[in-house]
Each structure stands twice: as structure tokens, then as C-alpha cells.
Design a protein around this ligand. Structure first.
Ligand code: SF4
Length: 354
């Protein structure tokens, strides 16, 4: 067997390493690579190298705190917190003490952000109260993960102490959810216009999604300037309507994480993946979401007692793969602080010519 990789793949990896970003067709081509091929391992090596250089070996832990369990009438097909799933038949609001304990414990363990997630009909005013309450207890950056918002609501999030918002156009948006893609994009624009940092992920990926649909969302994230945007695979909760399709493997997710890393070019400050997996940490990923409280992937009310990985577990996976969770986060710093500089880019370009 030759040690050479195909010239086309070599050219695309060089483009990725130069942080130029990839076109949709180029991303699709790489997403189609044989998982066993030398080209796929070269792809993951390129993504790994640029992330370690660009992010300075920082491993990011952004704790997901789902602050309410509630049978949600929006019935997104991939979500376990729906009326249709029938797993949760009553509202379980976590107490202020629960939320504060999760947050202070996370801060003590050097978490880099707290992602506060609500279900689709949760009171927006209550979310603002939680933001204000946490702002008095912790200094860890707060990121909201809630429904579509308008400009005024975006400003209210800022006033309540949130510095960022996670919001994604999901795979199958409008098909597997009742939401319009245009409205989701409008919210992303609102988030950025009011001065919140926009966080994203290509999600929830399942075997039934077309490569084109996946590539398009990677490009959308890059073109709208996501702070981070990696890949989350869909987890099938018991009885999920997607059970017949199965789930993608961690290895397949690692290949997607690598492609999305090259697509993102110089734009991101980190590269996320979910659920946590060491394979993606050698393929360009460097951001985990440990989890407590409600999760749309779990049948346990508190995913910290179910599927959710703890901060300790995530810290250990980072250490095993050569990432340092104790360095300061890159996500909330000025862009110049994280190595996206002309000098580094030119060094990288020179290196990639060898
Ligand atoms: S994803 Fe959000 S809006 Fe959709 S059903 Fe689940 S909680 Fe409701």
C-alpha cells in the first residue's frame, strides 16, 4: 500500500490548515471519505493539529444545566422532554438551591461556562431571574439555551448577566421540529446584534441525515461567525421515533468533527462535540458539555444521575488526550488572545508546505 494520500484530499487539507475554510462541496467530499482510509486519518490529524495550535491545548468544559423538566408541547422528534415521548408526564422544576449548587460546584472545578437550558415553553422571566441569581453566586460566564427570541429579549438576557446564547438550526428543522429555519436564523442574528456571543453545534446528527444537509449547517455556522460549532450526534432515548435508524458511532462523529473543524477556518475559538468522547479530541475537538439537570437525550430527570458526564470525567478525558482543562477559556477572550494572528497563520502556511 502506498503511503501517499490522494492529491485532492491533500489540497483540501492544506486549505483547511491554512484556515481558509472549505466550500460546501469540499466538505461533502471529505464527509464521504472511507472511515478506514489513510485519508480519513490524515484529515483528523490536520484538524487535531490546527485546533491544538489555535486553541493552545486548552480543553473547555461548558456545563449544561437543564433547569426544568417539562413535557414540551413542541414535540421535536429527537427530544425526550416532549409530550409525545411520554417519558416525563409532569413538571419538575429544579430548585434554586439545586441550580446554585450545580453552578458553584462547577466553578470550583474550573468549568469555563454554564449553559442554562430550558424547555420550549419555560418562562422567559424565570430564566432571567436564574441568570441574575447565578450572577450573584458565581463569576463563570453564563450562556442561555432557550427558545427563539426577539431583540428586546436578547437585551434582557444581557442585562440578566448572560454573555452568550446557544442556538442552532437543527438537522431536520421544520421536518422533525415545528420551527421554521428562517426564524432560527433570525434569532442567531438577534443574538449577535445585541452583543451576545453565539454558540452553535451541528446537531443532532443521525445516520438518516444526508451529507449535504450536514455540510450546509457547517457552512452556516462558519458564515454566521459561531464562537464554536462542532458536532453532536443524536442519542436515541428509549422509544425514540428514530430507533429504527440507529445512531452514528463515535468514530463517525470524529470524522465529522474533523471536517467541521476545517470548514470553520479561522472563525472559531473552540470546537465542540457531544456527547464527550476521546476519539473526537484527536480529531479537532476541544470542548465538552458535562451535564446536569434536564437533558433532551435522557430519560432520567437529572441527567447527572443518568447519561450526563460529570466535569471530573470530562477533565480526565482531556488529560488523557493531552488537553489542559485548567487553562483560561478562549471563548470569552478577545480574539487576539487565542492565537488567531497573522503571524501564526503565516507560520502554519509555511509548515503546511512541507
Ligand atoms: S427540543 Fe426544546 S422545543 Fe423541542 S421539544 Fe425539546 S424542549 Fe421542546
Amino acid at each position: 500500500m502506498s503511503w501517499q494520500i490522494s492529491p485532492k484530499v491533500k489540497d483540501l487539507l492544506k486549505k483547511g490548515e491554512d484556515l481558509i475554510g472549505l466550500d460546501p462541496e469540499e466538505a461533502e467530499f471529505l464527509l464521504h471519505l472511507d472511515i478506514e482510509s489513510r485519508e480519513t486519518y490524515a484529515l483528523m490529524e490536520s484538524a487535531n493539529r490546527i485546533s491544538r495550535e489555535q486553541f493552545g491545548h486548552k480543553g473547555e468544559n461548558h456545563l449544561h444545566i437543564g433547569i426544568n423538566v417539562e413535557p414540551c408541547p413542541f414535540n421535536c422528534k429527537f427530544c425526550s422532554l416532549t409530550e409525545a415521548a411520554g417519558i416525563f408526564t409532569r413538571t419538575i422544576p429544579f430548585s434554586n438551591d439545586d441550580i446554585i449548587n450545580w453552578a458553584t460546584n462547577a466553578e470550583a472545578k474550573n468549568a469555563d461556562a454554564l449553559n442554562i437550558m430550558t424547555t420550549g415553553t419555560y418562562s422567559f422571566d424565570r430564566l432571567l431571574e436564574v441568570g441574575k441569581m447565578l450572577g450573584e453566586k458565581v463569576s463563570t460566564p453564563l450562556v442561555a439555551n432557550t427558545r427563539d427570541i426577539n431583540y428586546k429579549e436578547g437585551e434582557q438576557l444581557l442585562d440578566a448577566g448572560f454573555v452568550g446564547a446557544y442556538h442552532a438550526v437543527r438537522l431536520g428543522e421544520g421536518r422533525d421540529t415545528p420551527f421554521k429555519r428562517e426564524k432560527r436564523i433570525k434569532t442567531i442574528e438577534v443574538i449577535k446584534d445585541v452583543g451576545l456571543s453565539w454558540m452553535n453545534c451541528v446537531e443532532p446528527v443521525g445516520p438518516e441525515h444526508s451529507i449535504r444537509e450536514i455540510a450546509e449547517l457547517m457552512i452556516l455556522a462558519r458564515d454566521h461567525g459561531a464562537i464554536y460549532s462542532g458536532v453532536m450526534r443524536r442519542i436515541n432515548f428509549p422509544g425514540s421515533p428514530f430507533e429504527p435508524f440507529g445512531m452514528i458511532t463515535e468514530r463517525e462523529m470524529a470524522r465529522m468533527v474533523a471536517v467541521s473543524r476545517l470548514v470553520m477556518g479561522a472563525v472559531p475559538r473552540a470546537h465542540c462535540l457531544h456527547e464527550p468522547s476521546s476519539l473526537s479530541l484527536i480529531a479537532g475537538g476541544n470542548l465538552f458539555f458535562p451535564e446536569v439537570g434536564a437533558s433532551p437525550r435522557d430519560s432520567e430527570a437529572d441527567t447527572g444521575k443518568g447519561r450526563g458526564k460529570s466535569i471530573e470525567e470530562c477533565r480526565q478525558i482531556f488529560r488523557e488526550t493531552g488537553w489542559n482543562p485548567d487553562l483560561p477559556s478562549n471563548c470569552f477572550e478577545a480574539a487576539s488572545a487565542i492565537g488567531i494572528t497573522a503571524e501564526k497563520n503565516s507560520t502554519r502556511a509555511a509548515l503546511s508546505q512541507h
